[in-house]
Ligand binder design. Sequence first.
Ligand code: SF4
Length: 409
Amino acid sequence: MEYYREKFKRHVKDSNFTKLEKSSQKFLEEKAYMYRLSFQDIKQLIDISIDLEMWDEESIKKIWKDNQNKKKTLLHVKNMYEDIKTKPKKYIKFKSTAKKHKFNFTTFEKDKLSLGTCPVASPKTRCCNLMTLDAVESCGFDCSYCSIQSFYNENNIGFDKNFIKNIKNIKLDANKKYHIGTGQSSDSLMWGNKHDILKSLFEFARENTNIILELKTKSDNISYLLENEVPKNILCTWSVNTQTIIKNEEHLSATLEQRVASARKLANKGVLVGFHFHPIIVYEDYLKEYKELVTLLLKNFKTKEVALVSLGTLTFIKPVIKKLRSRNFKSKVLQMPMVNAGDKQSYPLHVKEEMFKEIYKAFSPWHKDVYFYMCMEDESLWRKVFGYEYSSNNQFEEFMINSYINKIN
Ligand code: SF4
C-alpha cells in the first residue's frame, strides 16, 4: 500500500490533479488505490474529471459505477464522459466564471515591423492568405476558446514604442494588392488610439491605397473612428455570436446589441463593415439563435454597407486544450465531439456542413451582393455549402480582395 501511495503521488505530480475539487481528488485517490490504476488510467481520469468540472456537468463521482472488473469500470466512465461530451450542451443552468482582469500595460521597442501570415491558417485548409500586422500583443477580452492566450501572457498587454516609426518603414510592392488584419494578435479596437496606434494605421492605409486594412473587433470602442475620417480602404468587422455564447464564453467583450449598434454607427458614417460568425458553437437550439442573429443583421444593414460575412467554428490546437484544462474556470467550449481536422481538433465534417449550410441559407437575400467565405475550413465543404469552390488559396485571396475593392469603389 505504502509503495502504491508513493507511486500515486509521482503519477499526479505535474498534472492538474490539485486543480480538481477536493472531493474529486479524494474520490480519484481512493479509486486509484482500489483498482491499482496505472499512470495512463490516472492521467485520463484527471482529464475527464477536470473537463466535467469545467463544463459544470455531473462530477466523476456521479458517473462512476464500480465493477469488479477494472476494465469495465473504466469503460463505463469513458462512455458516460463521451456521451456528455458529444450531446449538444445546454447553457441554461451554466454559470460562467468571468473575472475582471487586471492588465499590466508593457512597452517594448521593436527594431522593425513586418507583415506576418495568419497564425491560425493551415496548409490543410482553404485559407484566404490574410497578412497580419501585430499592432498590440495580447488581448484584454477573455474568450474561452481563444488561442491568443497560448501565444502570450494574457495579463500583459504589450505595445511597441516604435510602432509609428516602424509602420512607416514597411516595404510594400506597389503592384500587389494586400489584405491585412490587425485582429490576430489582439482586438483591433478595444485599446482605441492608445499609443497612436489607430492614427498610424489610418496613415498607413491612406498612403498605401493598394492595401485593404481590416480592423476586427468584439468591442464597441469606436470613438476614434467616429471622430476622425476613416480611409475608404479600412474595413471594420465585428466578430458576432449569439448572446448565449457572448454571455457564457466571450467574457468582458461587448454585448451583441453593442456590437451591432457600433457597426450601424460606422455604416452610417460610410465605413464598410463586415461580420465574422466565428466561432459558431453547437448547443441546444443553436441554429435557431444563429438564425435570429442573421435576421437581425439583414434587418439592420444594406448589402452595399457590408463587405463580408465569414463563417467558422471551434478549432483547437493541443496547447490551447492543455491551457484551458489548467485554468480552473468554467467553460463549455471543449464539450463537443472532436475529430482531427488538419493538425487541429474540431467538429466532424457532417456537423460543420449542417451549421454552415443552415446559416448561409438564412443569409439568402445577401448571397449575390456580399462576399461570403469559410475561415480555415476543409476545402471539401465549400461546394457543399456555397455551391462553388476555389482551386487554390491564391484564387480565394484574389476573389476576396477584388470583391472588397469593388465594394470600396
Ligand atoms: S481563412 Fe481564416 S485562418 Fe485562413 S488565412 Fe484567412 S483569416 Fe486566417
